[in-house]
Design a protein around this ligand. Structure first.
Ligand code: ADP
Length: 195
């Protein structure tokens, strides 16, 4: 197996991040780390962490950095993730979490931080088309506005460090996957790492 690839992916709700994460897992052999999935699993297992996090998730808030940073660090340090690499989804969500991620990685480089970009009006249309019970127009607008407010500072943080790679998320799943793979491959070859 080649060297492990380490990626972070950002994208609005409805941008197709879940599907594209699966494609990245297939292509690079990385482990998909979704902090939202991890918290939901803790919840299902009724652990203390799951109960504490569950209350915050229901209230639409962010679980505290004091909880989230150690949770993510532990996962990143696990043997399977160290050897296979990862695509991080849902973390970091604050600049403190981003600092925590860098601290956890030490000398290991993050290869790319992808911003899977689908314009607001398009994700709004997609979410309305899903027609889920909780997807009222106001709820959709509110979730997207919150994403913008929370995520922009973290995107700026990575941009300042030259790591942010914008990828156009419009088009078919295959088109988007092709763009993602070219973008990641470029960052892998950029400094002599094996692609
Ligand atoms: P969503 O796109 O709805 O935010 P996620 O599955 O990524 O879905 O996360 C679900 C919830 O879990 C979030 O709304 C938040 O309460 C919590 N959560 C997940 N990741 C983090 C994180 N990195 N920091 C703080 N809270 C988090």
């Amino acid at each position: 197996m080649g060297k492990p690839t380490r990626l972070v992916i950002f994208g609005r709700q409805g941008a197709g991040k879940g599907t594209q994460c699966l494609r990245l897992v297939e292509r690079y052999g990385v482990v998909h780390i979704s902090t939202g999935d991890m918290l939901r699993a803790e919840r299902a297992a009724d652990t203390k962490l799951g109960r504490d996090a569950g209350r915050i998730m229901d209230a639409g808030g962010l679980v505290g950095d004091d909880i989230m940073i150690p949770v993510a660090k532990n996962r990143i340090a696990a043997a399977d993730v160290v050897s296979a690499g990862f695509v991080l989804d849902g973390f970091p969500r604050t600049t403190d979490q981003a600092e925590g991620l860098f601290a956890a990685l030490g000398d290991e480089r993050l290869h790319a931080v992808i911003n899977l970009d689908v314009p607001l009006d398009e994700v709004t249309t997609r979410m309305k088309a899903r027609g889920r019970g909780d997807d009222t127009d106001e709820a959709i607008a509110q979730r997207l506005a919150l994403y913008e407010k929370e995520t922009q500072p973290v995107l700026d943080w990575f941009e300042e460090r030259g790591l942010l790679v914008p990828v156009d998320g419009l088009g078919t799943e295959e088109e988007v996957t092709d763009r993602l793979i070219s973008a990641v491959d470029r960052t892998l070859t950029a400094d002599g790492d094996d692609a």
